[in-house]
Ligand binder design. Structure first.
Ligand SMILES: [Zn+2]
Ligand SMILES: [Zn+2]
Length: 775
């Protein structure tokens, strides 16, 4: 029997109901694979007291009674007539993996992101926790109940204990006494050590039924959880702007209500210090905080900063091993961590007394997960904070327009840090119009002004950051004789030439071949490598500035664990003078001696077929420019572009977020894009182009019918059409875009479509709510 959705976690079962002879206790069980359920199962007597929502169970499924692991969503009393239900075979957890508001959050995510609830559980509970990584089974020994526990009565000559004891051989008596005296369960090894004996007398006592053994899972080894024993650092004095912002956050914390606050602070204005002091205030009433940062900002420097201030900090990032994750999860749920600092998934940290959520760099796309359940950590954080009735602080120098708009409308409280700390000036930004730059092979990708500025900066012992948002050596390999472009057979996209290893790589699916020495089509031997990537830039800079140590940071050079940390630490210590890389180096870095930032090609994101292309360019240029001049000496920025008059670039030069937001919001309103509409994207893929397109058409036909039946006249849909990545990893792709004024209308429509659609063999589709990726 399929149970209905909604209001899953509201039922508390009064104890008297369990005794009623006319009813059965059932649990609602959901699965992470089809059929997702949830289905009712009977709770066997031995589990009535221990089974709780949020635990996993083993149950039989279907005619063959296939054994499945499912999640218990709720318990309810059903009429006796329903007692034909199959029983739960086994409970897999001693404690729920998820309780209270987290369970409600899972339920909300399932409905909002149109994802089966079992898949949401699977996504938010780390695999290391589900597999209990880093633990092992241990046998624990206790005296049998008929052996008295009171060691003081040992020699009184009365009582069961003594009569039992006296009948034993000396060795066994000694062992049993040791176990009784220990007053806690012991392992076989511990008991052997304490009574200085072999395992034989222990086994003999177990055979006599005087010692009982049970198995329990215990943690093994140490983990990366840090508790700082040293004296904690004291908070520094705040600027007037910081104080005003902090007062508002403290008021929100004191109110015991949910409120979202947007901390809009320019680069270098000291947002992190405001977060820290807000966390301190949260600690005064015994509550913990979660701080979400983009994965890339989770540098050792960030961790250290929180540890020095708060001592017990749990850090969660994607490079953690299963056992590490499991340990962190346990300690967080036991309330040991005052602060959890982590990337996207830390929004699900099982903090017992959550008092505050902070989401730094809230505009960052990495907060959106691009696999099921495709959630955005900002929206999940908002929902969790509202369930917990606590404040959520969103921070950014370049807020997303969605967030900024809500703050403008008064839904979020706006807090401003309009000045850098110590009133340091923002760097002066020069735009270099590359249309008028003479190409000079000696300078490579560098314009004359940037080249000159680099020489000056190095002479003054300053450091330089150069950003080129493309990895590899050349973005295309083309034959000038016949025009052939070396492409990926699975994606139909040009391969990128990598100098390291002389290989040609598809950046969408990692298809790799040796770079052909001559044209595969016409055998012409002088193939052309066009479009510069970071590897070419590195070679050019090394040649042009042979005496200045440099480092490259991109996904290729940072593959080894720890390389990220090493590179940044070398740069901090001045061992390297020039740091070049992809957008990896654009954000969050704080090096006081960086006096020059160069953007090699500001247009790389500008001409993407995406309504957020301008916003992304503005954010990227503003963020990378903000790395300059953070110390006592003023900084400079050079931005190379072929579109110098584009507003995103002009306004980034002026550091003028407000004007940019105003212009861009007008544009979005005119074209009915977010934040003035809710958007969803349905992506269809399959190995056969015609079948895939046919199914995409079925989707729009179904959508049209549902739109009429629901009277959802404001819903628009665009497509089906091939997306910019029309073929990916051998699959043909089509997408349909849905737009509506209200998210709830869109949700209702898509839920209906999802229920009505019958997916043919060999075609798949996904629904992406609030998509960020439009490719
Ligand atoms: Zn050719
Ligand atoms: Zn490919």
């Amino acid at each position: 029997m399929v149970a209905r959705q909604g209001e899953l976690f509201s039922s508390d079962i009064p104890e008297w109901e369990l005794d009623a002879a006319s009813s059965t206790l059932a649990a609602l069980i959901a699965f992470s694979e089809p059929p997702f359920g949830p289905f009712h199962y009977r709770v066997p007597d031995e589990l009535t007291l221990s089974l709780k929502p949020g635990m996993r169970v083993k149950v039989p499924l279907g005619k063959g009674n296939r054994e499945m692991v499912g999640y218990c969503l709720a318990m309810e009393v059903v009429p006796q007539a329903a007692s034909r239900l199959k029983p739960i075979a086994e409970s897999l957890d001693l404690q729920p993996l998820c309780t209270g508001n987290l369970l409600k959050l899972v339920d909300w995510m399932s409905q909002y992101y149109l994802t089966p609830i079992g898949q949401v559980f699977e996504a938010i509970i780390p695999a290391g926790v589900r597999t209990q990584a880093g633990t092992r089974m241990k046998t624990l020994l206790t005296p049998a109940p008929n052996v008295a526990f009171d060691p003081n009565r040992e020699n009184t000559g009365t009582g069961t204990s003594d009569s039992v004891m006296n009948g034993l051989p000396t060795k066994q008596r000694h062992v049993l006494q040791q176990l009784i005296l220990a007053c806690e369960p012991l392992t076989v090894e511990q008991l052997q050590k304490m009574s200085n004996c072999s395992s034989a007398p222990i086994q003999a006592l177990r055979d006599r039924g005087l010692i009982e053994a049970r198995s329990e899972r215990v943690m093994e080894g140490e983990d990366g959880f840090s508790t700082h024993a040293n004296k904690l650092l004291q908070p520094p004095a705040l600027t007037a702007d910081q104080r005003v912002a902090l007062v508002s956050i403290r008021e929100a914390l004191d109110s015991s209500r949910h409120q979202t606050l947007l901390l809009h602070g320019i680069t270098g204005s000291g947002k992190t210090e405001v977060y820290m002091q807000a966390i301190e205030h949260t600690l005064t009433f015994g509550r913990q905080s979660i701080v979400l940062v983009p994965e890339i900002s989770l540098t050792p420097q960030t961790r250290q900063r929180f540890q020095d201030r708060f001592g017990s900090v749990a850090v969660m990032h994607s490079h953690m091993s299963g056992p590490e994750r499991h340990h962190q999860w346990r300690r967080i749920s036991e309330g040991e961590a005052k602060v959890v600092v982590g990337a996207r998934s830390a929004v699900f940290a099982p903090v017992p007394q959550l008092g505050l959520i902070i989401l730094d760099e809230e505009h960052e796309n990495s907060f959106k997960q691009n696999t099921i359940p495709r959630y955005h950590a900002r929206d999940v954080a908002l929902h969790r904070a509202s369930l917990e009735r606590i404040p959520l602080v969103l921070g950014s120098a370049t807020p997303s327009l969605e967030t900024y708009r809500r703050a403008q409308l008064g839904k979020y409280k706006m807090l401003n840090l309009p000045r850098r700390i110590h009133n340091r000036p923002l760097p002066e930004v020069s735009i270099i119009d590359m249309r008028h730059e003479r190409i000079d092979p000696n300078r490579g990708s560098l314009s004359k002004p940037l080249h000159e500025a680099m020489k000056e900066t190095l002479r003054a012992n300053g450091q330089i950051i150069l950003m080129l948002n493309r990895r590899g050596f050349a973005t295309s390999i083309q034959c000038p004789a016949c025009g052939h472009v070396v492409s990926c057979p699975d994606c139909d996209l040009p391969l990128t030439h990598h100098h390291e290893g002389n290989k040609a790589v598809c950046h969408y699916c990692d298809y790799t071949i040796a770079t052909p020495p001559s044209c595969p089509q016409c055998k012409f031997s002088n193939v052309r490598y066009t479009g510069s990537g970071t590897q070419r830039l590195e070679i050019e800079i090394a040649k042009g500035f042979p005496n200045s140590p440099l480092a490259r940071m991109d996904a290729d050079s940072m593959k080894k664990p720890g390389s990220h940390e090493r590179t940044l630490s070398d740069f901090r210590q001045g061992k390297t003078q020039i740091l070049l890389g992809t957008q990896m180096i654009a954000k969050g870095l704080d090096f006081p001696n960086v006096l020059l930032v160069g953007v090699i090609n500001a247009d790389s994101a500008l001409h993407f077929p995406d309504f957020r292309a301008s916003e992304r360019t503005f954010q990227l240029v503003t963020q990378v420019a903000g790395r300059s001049g953070r110390g006592e000496k003023p900084g400079r920025v050079f931005v190379q572009t072929y579109s110098p008059e584009h507003p995103a670039i002009e306004l980034a030069r002026e550091h003028d977020f407000l004007s940019f937001a105003k212009q861009e919001l007008e544009h979005r309103e005119k074209f009915h894009y977010p934040p003035f509409a809710s958007i969803a994207r349905v992506i269809v893929r399959g190995p056969d182009a015609a079948a895939t397109e046919a199914f995409a058409n079925v989707i729009t036909q179904t959508a049209e019918k549902v739109r009429v039946s629901q009277g959802a006249t404001d819903v628009r849909f665009l497509g089906p059409a091939p997306p910019p990545l029309a073929k990916l990893k051998t699959f043909y792709r089509f997408h349909v875009m849905f737009l509506a004024d209200e998210p709830i209308v869109l949700n209702r429509l898509l839920a209906r479509i999802q229920a009505d659609l019958k997916t043919p063999k060999d075609v798949e589709y996904v629904i992406d709510i609030d998509p960020i990726d439009m490719l």
